[in-house]
Ligand binder design. Structure first.
Ligand SMILES: Nc1ncnc2c1ncn2[C@@H]1O[C@H](COP(=O)(O)OP(=O)(O)OP(=O)(O)O)[C@@H](O)[C@H]1O
Ligand SMILES: [Mg+2]
Length: 208
């Protein structure tokens, strides 16, 4: 059973987008998957409510309170956790203590760099992560032609020991899927087909 925590202290970097699409990718290949929402906004829970019944089932878990964490663990192949906004809360600490994989979406905006580097350092300092019990995977999100700083950001991240694992394009498709309770691995339209490959490094990483 894998517990994949998607987290960053920065709001709006794509936590919910990454968590929902990752859950869909795992469910699409037949895994028993739950999406646990640990964010106060509960966007992932409402996404599951919108999910069409004919698509591979994703169970919703409300983990916004620390008492709920850990329920249902044994019966599932994977739990993808839409994480809370920071690391300080008791809830965040508990989630990191449970996670086997930590996925950190980052935006290629110059304003995010320092906050993101600091956040990655903070996670790496957590004993369990230092000991190699949880791996950190950095996902560069919303990449487009205007993302001229991505090269520099990647270099800065790599120098610090956080190489970017995958690059997700900025596509309206993601917002459409979010609204429909679906993800890019649910349907094989031309657009989805084009961008699915970008998720493969992350899917491989959470498998090993
Ligand atoms: N790759 C992408 N392409 C296009 N739009 C995207 C992409 N990733 C995220 N978005 C959009 O950006 C907005 C923020 O993304 P999302 O809600 O996933 O971030 P979040 O980190 O969960 O935010 P919050 O901190 O509010 O929980 C949403 O409107 C989402 O549809
Ligand atoms: Mg969110």
């Amino acid at each position: 059973m894998r517990k994949i925590l998607v987290v960053n202290s920065k709001g709006g970097c794509g936590k919910t987008t990454v968590a929902t699409n990752l859950a869909v990718a795992l469910a699409a290949r037949g895994e028993d998957v739950a999406l646990a929402d640990a964010d106060r906004q509960k966007s992932s829970l409402s996404w599951v409510k919108r999910r069409p019944k004919n698509l591979p089932r994703i169970e919703a878990l409300n983990w916004s309170k620390s008492e709920a964490i850990g329920d249902k663990d044994k019966q599932l192949d994977a739990i993808v956790i839409d994480g809370p906004g920071g690391l300080r809360s008791e809830l965040a600490k508990m989630l990191i203590a449970e996670a086997s994989e930590i996925v950190v979406p980052v935006l290629a905006s110059v304003f995010d760099w320092n906050a993101t580097l600091k956040f990655l350092d903070d996670i790496s300092d957590i004993k369990r992560v230092r000991k190699g019990k949880a791996d950190i995977h950095v996902v560069a999100n919303r990449i487009n032609r205007r993302s001229t700083q991505i090269g520099e950001l990647e270099q800065a991240l790599a120098r610090k020991g956080y190489p970017v694992l995958c690059r997700i394009s900025d596509r309206v498709l993601y917002a459409r899927h979010a609204a429909a309770g679906t993800g890019v691995f649910d349907v094989s339209g031309a657009g989805e087909h084009e961008i699915r490959g970008q998720w493969h490094p992350l899917l491989l990483a959470v498998d090993t």
